[in-house]
Write a protein that binds this ligand. Sequence first.
Ligand code: GLN
Length: 466
Amino acid sequence: MQYEKATVQDMREVLAKGDSSAIDLLKEAKRVIAEKDGEVKAFVEVFDSAEEDAKRADTMLKEGRAMPLTGIPIAIKDNICIAGNTVTAASKMLEGFVSPYDATVTARLRAQGAVLVGRTNLDEFAMGSSTERSVYGTTYNPHDTERVSGGSSGGSAAAVAMGAVPLALGSDTGGSIRQPASFCGIVGLKPTYGALSRHGLIALGSSLDVIGPLARTADDAKLLFEVLQGEEGQYDSTVEIFAGIGQKNNTEKIIGVPDAVTTVGISQETLDAFNATLERLKGKGYTVREVSLPIMEKAGAIYYIIQPAEASSNLARFDGVRYGYHKDGKEVWGDYVQTRSSGFGEEVSRRIVVGSYVLSAGYYDAYYKKAVAARDAMRQAFLKELQEVSILVMPTTPDIAFKEGAIQDPIAMYAEDRLTLQANLTGLPAISIPMAVEGLPRGMQVIGDYNSEETLFACAKDIEQS
Ligand code: GLN
């Protein structure tokens, strides 16, 4: 077994046979990190506690108590809490902050006997599409280290793509799992809103945020997704969306391609790869139809009101008193001003200002309320099309990973998400899966009805096999 290329299934087999131990796999993970992460910079910390995790996993294996992820190395985005470990959201604001509790997802991974290898880099508070805006610096693309890994879960995507771990957790508010998965040539799932717990995820936009898996294969992503599912008792943040008109998992294999795909400025190379992938899917029994979804183009205008509005509320708790960083401003108001002005980076500050503005008494109706109505119209439009077709497909990103520093204008950076925001605004599940191409990776995005992850994984597998 070559560790860097091995799937979770491969690892489970060697563990079950006793050919390798969880400690051996952790050593391999650390070897790859030592060899490659000096350049890629995916990890911001490798946990000392990983050793303990691996020992515990080996005991579980020995005693015949192995579960699907026992002994499997996994990386965690640095905005998901692990009890006793530092969590920073790549912000100065959370400098030195140690989480007092486990996120539900990390508690589930521990219960499985998974080995939590380390925490991975992101754009500050998950605002960004490149993992360049981090207090730790940029995470580079393992396929070409002059280029970005995508964002905001760039560290998790790069950790998987460079072979350090077969699995990682990310979070997706507007594309932050799918876009880096596309740039790094791996699989990334944004689950249905509310399908997985958000307890212990540092909140960005609470009506948009989801935690999800990044993996090298659709099967591995599926396994991680399934292990993390389920109600959680006291802190339940899962919800079940009943669309009423949707069709959930469906085996008809009718693909809808939104007309907007040809009008939103996707590169010719990506369109060529996309069309070639569609042809291959036809060979696997799919039929392809064009569907009309002009409202797709409004996603940026809607998202960049709602998301900053929610972010400005969520980030109000970072006051210099309760968490991490503190700067003295002589009296309490001064403390807030000094701490917040110097603790947040430029983009985070911008969103707090925009969010406070669109929620302010004089502008609430003009901006926030309209955006919420437009979001609802988008949801209806998507659900209507999903009554006619089983899935919607489009490229995940307009083009390949860009070079570090190439996008300076904040609006241009926002435009990078123009194909991924819709799934968050509507709450629909979406998966990014690599298209077979020469050169740098390009992802295909498959969107389905609420709770249709089974269908998405099946289609992703068809794309892999074709
Ligand atoms: N790039 C988008 C933003 O900056 C999405 C981020 C995310 O999904 N966390 O808001």
